[in-house]
Design a protein around this ligand. Structure first.
Ligand code: C2O
Ligand code: CU
Length: 559
């Protein structure tokens, strides 16, 4: 394996957006952070030096981390945070991923500004399954808040209320022309007529799903997450937080035209928002695609692309159902046909009754919470992986996360049965090598909503999706077991379901959660513990010598 090395210095830096300066947490002073470049098969070492003043961890989103959960990153799941003044080296083994991934902080709300692209080129000696593009550009979608995101998080959690929406959506860290003080710094992509550009689009937003388009151009989607798909061409695409899309853009305008509007085009990202009661930022972020031979003195604004309406679930779903694995000889699929372990997991936003004397500003003066199978995950204060490795899991988590909801109800229309939930740290233990099918079922408890569900340690096949309640007798007949997309984050449709399959052949402790940060901090998550197998290569690696220390412990116990 070829190794690559990066140094990440976590530090504060001042950035001005929307006419105001603000201090944010960054890697190496950059926002968005630096891009990691590698090839499929490489191992990347990242030294993270925490020079900020808060605890932090970094996660390598979509990397399987084979047998090595120690470098996965979610705080209190696989490690204790890296404390200010400390350092931790992550070892990122790229074993099958090829395409676009990303890295982000996995502690509190730090990932609002601590994130960046991971570009994984084809294995040595191999090529793209399509003509090599002339240039590759990361396009990172995100949000900007006037206020400090750590403060927003603290306030919302202390009162059990919803979060303040962002003040702007962003493309490569910039809101663009539709916002005050933002035109000069808007992201610009210079293009030459006749060339092909690969856009590596990443949704790094905390709370927002997006529709994305470029005026005057169509986009050919060639990859999703870190796998190739059968190429298809769209006017606009849909991308949920945690997902990536690798697309090809042919610059076929800008020459031989005389009118002003043929040289500059907006690329735009606008939210898709499905929760009827949540407050959200419905602003459109823009960047400019500009032909290099553009006449200099054009003052007319660029052309705006068409984007679906903010609540256009049909448009989002029409996009998601088109994803199919490439399934070629070089990039085969291996979809498990036989299932060993089935789970039906209901997804809900709930209430927790207000304790006497508490200040509760959530629904009906209770606290807002979220759950999977009505368990609202309680973060432990020491890492589950360390406890499991030392065989003291019992003090930290209960291995009894339910395989199905406690009661059956009309999930997508009835909200009463399980409106209330309770917090607990319940995890699911899986046998090594078991084929697992999880059906994620959205519910109407406090309103139906789409959810980007993300699994650490694995990519999975999205074998089915549909609207309404999952029907275990009828729906499996509609599964795609031939060329389903291979993803790490599935967008579960509003008032619908999605079914995924994976073979639990990566031993370790793996977080599984909604990639909406607000839902995650409310408890919409659980943990899969995959046991060791018998063979040596079926066992977890031992921990590295430098695991971060448990907070407040001077005796050197690590998390
Ligand atoms: Cu993108 Cu648990 O993370
Ligand atoms: Cu969610």
């Amino acid at each position: 394996r070829v190794s690559r090395h990066y140094d990440f210095f976590i530090r504060e830096a001042n950035y001005t957006r929307l006419c105001r300066e603000k201090t944010i947490l960054t890697v190496n002073g950059e926002f968005p952070g630096p891009t990691i470049f590698a090839r499929n098969g490489d191992v990347v070492f990242v030294n993270v030096y925490n020079q900020g003043d808060k605890n932090i961890t970094i996660h390598w989103h979509g990397v399987d981390q084979p047998r090595n959960p120690w470098s996965d990153g979610p705080a209190y799941i696989t490690q204790c945070p890296i404390q200010p003044g400390s350092k931790f080296t992550y070892r990122i083994i790229l074993s099958e991923e090829e395409g676009t991934l990303w890295w982000h902080a996995h502690s509190d709300f730090d990932r609002a500004t601590v994130h960046g692209a991971i570009v994984i080129h084809p294995k040595r000696g191999t090529a793209y399954p399509f003509r090599k593009p002339d240039k590759e550009i990361p396009i990172i979608l995100g949000e900007w808040w006037h206020r400090d995101v750590g403060q927003l998080l603290g306030e919302a959690l202390s009162t059990g209320s919803d979060f303040e929406p962002s003040d702007a959506n962003t493309i490569n860290g910039q809101p663009g022309d539709l916002f005050p003080c933002s035109s000069d710094s808007a992201f610009r992509l210079p293009v030459e007529h006749g060339k092909t550009y690969m856009l590596r689009i990443i949704n790094a937003a905390l709370t927002t799903e997006f529709f994305f388009a470029i005026a005057g151009h169509r986009l050919t989607v060639v990859g999703t997450d870190a796998a190739y798909i059968k190429p298809f061409t769209v006017d606009h695409l849909f991308i949920a937080p945690g997902q990536t899309k690798t697309v090809l853009l042919k610059a076929d305008r800008g020459v031989g035209h005389r009118s002003n509007d043929t040289y500059r085009y907006y690329m735009a990202a606008r939210p898709y928002a499905t929760n009827p009661i949540a407050r959200f930022d419905n602003s459109t972020a823009t960047a400019v695609l500009e032909y290099v031979d553009a006449p200099p003195a054009i003052a007319t604004p660029p052309v705006m692309p068409f984007l679906p309406a903010i609540n256009d679930s049909a448009a989002a779903e029409a996009y998601s159902v088109r994803l199919r694995s490439l399934a070629s000889d070089e990039h085969p699929v291996d979809v498990p046909r036989h299932v060993d372990h089935r789970m039906l997991i209901t997804i809900a936003v709930n209430e927790i009754p207000c304790a006497p004397g508490d200040l509760c500003k959530g629904p009906r003066n209770n606290r807002v919470a979220a759950s999977l199978n009505n368990v609202s995950f309680e973060m432990p204060s020491t890492a589950i992986l360390g406890a499991y490795y030392r065989s003291v899991l019992g003090g930290v988590a209960k291995p009894d996360f339910p395989d199905k909801p406690r009661v059956e109800f009309n999930y997508t229309s009835d909200d009463l049965p399980l409106r209330f939930t309770a917090r607990d740290t319940r995890v699911k233990v899986l046998e090594y090598g078991a084929v697992v099918e999880v059906v994620f079922q959205d519910t109407a408890i406090l309103g139906t909503e789409s959810h980007p569900m993300h699994l650490h340690g694995y990519s999975f096949y999205v074998v089915g999706r549909g609207l309404g309640n999952f029907d275990k007798h009828k729906d499996p007949a509609t599964y795609n077991l031939v060329d389903p997309p291979y993803q790490n984050t599935v967008s579960v449709p509003k008032a619908g379901w999605a079914a995924i399959r994976f073979r639990a052949a990566n031993p370790g402790v793996w977080f599984m959660h909604c990639h909406f940060e607000r839902h995650m901090v409310w408890g919409m998550e659980t943990v899969f513990i995959v046991k060791n197998g018998k063979a040596r290569e079926a066992k977890m690696m031992p921990p590295p010598p430098n695991m971060p220390r448990l907070l407040g412990r001077a005796d050197g116990v690590w998390g």
